[in-house]
Design a protein around this ligand. Structure first.
Ligand code: C2E
Ligand code: CA
Ligand code: CA
Ligand code: CA
Length: 279
């Protein structure tokens, strides 16, 4: 409920509960939603101190029927359990690639990248690399503009296989980010093995940065580790100017968060652009 308030999402409105009841499960409602085009992508801008706007993270939204958006925190786990995440993830990848192609036609947006979230189940499909390749080929998107965000749950087991798959996909020109960094367990041991381009400091550390000396120390350490491994380090969940200044003083140079810009549907991207506050 806390997350719901923060993101102005409705978790389970009575109306949605009704939809779910009549469809017997959230899973059935999701399946129905996939067939009815009830999903859309919101895009949240990412900024670097050196280059200004560098791209966006694509974030999935689901609006069942006339009802308000349901948080991905609610439906992604269900989609993962039921296997629906495979179709959903495929749809996300195609939509993001199509957006890249539209951006490629405008000088102002030509160099921007789009990061998409890839679930463990999606990544571990034997044909995942082939699916990335065919999404790029079918749409004509520039592979170097596509970034895949993996969480530690993806890379937890069989590091060798994960590395091999990542390398296959990187050969296409696609880049990788390790999401929610610092929240897992064995981060450091495999960090040096993974062919990454970016690590993303989890927003929980950014959230408590100003009040918790421990979190500040962790952020400082993550930036240093990322730097020494030659990785881009991005902080997400940046909500205040104080956080931004502090992160900058720690030599973090890439940011994402409500302070700079909220996730918006692409139709609002142009108008939102004017309100973004470049760091
Ligand atoms: P995530 O990948 O860690 O995404 C960041 C979340 O933080 C997003 O929540 C975003 O809207 C939110 N956020 C951004 N800036 C701020 C800020 O300044 N303050 C706060 N408090 N929050 C901020 P969202 O969109 O609700 O997504 C939640 C999670 O759902 C994502 O976490 C990701 O794990 C998952 N998800 C979203 N879209 C997809 C998708 O297409 N595929 C998969 N597999 N998972 C997705
Ligand atoms: Ca993410
Ligand atoms: Ca994250
Ligand atoms: Ca997360």
């Amino acid at each position: 409920a806390k997350a719901a308030g923060r993101n102005a999402f409705c978790l389970f409105s009575p109306a949605l509960q009704e939809v779910i009841d009549t469809r017997s499960s959230l899973e059935a409602a999701l399946r129905h939603g996939l067939n009815r085009a009830e999903f859309q992508l919101y895009y949240q801008p990412q900024f670097s101190l050196d280059h200004g706007l560098i791209g966006a993270e694509a974030l999935l939204r689901w609006s069942p029927g006339q009802h308000p958006s349901v948080s991905p925190a609610v439906f992604i786990p269900v989609a993962e359990e039921s296997g629906l995440i495979l179709r959903l993830g495929q749809w996300v990848m195609h939509s993001a690639c199509e957006q890249l192609v539209r951006w490629a036609q405008q000088p102002l947006t030509r160099d921007l990248k789009i990061a998409i979230n890839v679930s463990a189940r999606q990544f571990h499909r034997p044909d995942f690399a082939a699916r990335v390749r065919s999404a790029l080929e079918a749409t004509g998107a520039n592979p170097s503009r596509l970034q895949l965000e993996l969480t530690e749950s993806v890379v937890l087991e069989k590091v060798g296989e994960v590395v091999e798959r990542m390398q296959q996909i990187r050969q296409l020109g696609v880049t990788f980010s390790l999401d929610d960094f610092g929240t897992g367990f064995s981060s450091l041991s495999y960090l040096k093995q993974l062919p990454l381009d970016q690590i993303k400091i989890d927003q929980s550390f950014v959230h408590d940065l100003m009040s918790s000396g421990n979190d500040a120390a962790i952020v400082r350490a993550i930036v240093a580790i990322g730097r020494s491994l030659g990785l881009q380090v991005i902080a997400e969940g940046v909500e205040t100017q104080d956080q931004l200044v502090y992160l900058t003083s720690m030599d973090c140079r890439v940011f994402q968060g409500y302070l700079l810009g909220r996730p918006v549907p692409m139709r609002d991207w142009q108008s939102a652009w004017h309100n973004w506050q470049q760091p």
